[in-house]
Design a protein around this ligand. Structure first.
Ligand code: 6GU
Length: 251
């Protein structure tokens, strides 16, 4: 494996990956088909929502380790009027404001053009909207194969439909409920994709979260008059039986 990793490294000698990343990580990334570096670009009118999310825990470590980058882009930057208007009244009437197409198009175009064409970057533009297809792990795995993900966070009562039709590659909802905007959805997507980037998790085994019940000390927890016990089988040391138990309780 060492030799293969080395040859991969030499083959990629002109790419920045080979300079920045250990050969073993590049080898692993090639095998699973996921790039060693993911760029997230978030277009939003509330960039500050992201600051705590980006400065804590594994996400901040992944940024420090240069496994991912997350840039927020303030949508009002791409407006030209004095009031930096990003929304307007809906044609046909109705309450609430609709986000305009023009600032979003300018923002997306600016991000598409940040790299010279010769440096091929696989880029995907995703609009977060409650009207989109519900996000799932299959979708997340597909996104992880891109180099750059552009997330457009809708706000207010909606986004001009021409963004969904002509600018975004896909329209995605985070779940069957209504939020104030796409920011929370974008954070969920960043976290879910980042977990798949090689080197993000300490241990590759923990990439798929255990979907069976788990327990840790104490063995007996007293709650009022009740004694809450850890299932006996998990204390037995019988790995075959433990596996059966876990399979049975998997959801
Ligand atoms: Cl992506 N945005 C909003 N505003 N609400 C949602 C959503 C997105 N996904 C589920 N509900």
């Amino acid at each position: 494996m060492g030799l293969v990793a080395l040859s991969d490294c030499i083959r990629g000698a002109l790419s920045y990956e080979a300079i920045r990343y250990p050969p073993i990580l590049i080898y692993y990334a090639n095998v699973i088909g996921i790039p060693v570096f993911m760029k997230f670009e978030v277009i939003t009118i509330f960039p500050d929502i992201f600051s705590g999310f980006l400065s804590e825990s594994l996400i901040s470590k992944a940024i420090a380790k240069r496994l991912i980058s997350v840039r927020t882009h303030y949508l009002r930057k791409w407006t030209t009027d004095r009031h930096r208007t990003v929304d307007g009244k809906a044609y046909g009437g109705g309450p609430g404001l609709v986000m305009k197409v023009e600032p979003i198009l300018k923002a997306v175009n600016a991000l598409r053009n940040t790299k010279p064409k010769s440096l091929k970057s696989k880029i995907r533009v995703i609009l977060f909207s409650p009207r989109g297809k519900q996000m799932d792990q299959v979708m997340v795995k597909r996104w992880a194969k891109y180099n750059q993900l552009v997330f457009i966070c809708g706000r207010y009562e909606g986004v001009d439909e021409r963004v969904a039709d002509y600018i975004a590659d896909e329209v995605v909802s985070v779940g069957p409920y209504v939020l104030n905007g796409g920011e929370v959805a974008a954070m969920a997507a960043i976290e879910a994709v980042a977990r798949l980037v090689p080197g993000f998790m300490h241990d590759a085994g923990s990439q798929t979260k255990e979907d069976h019940p788990q327990y840790t000390k104490p063995e007996v927890f007293t709650l009022g008059k009740k004694k809450l016990r850890v299932p006996k089988i998990l204390l037995s040391g019988d790995h075959a039986k433990i596996k059966d138990w876990r399979d049975k309780h998997r959801r």
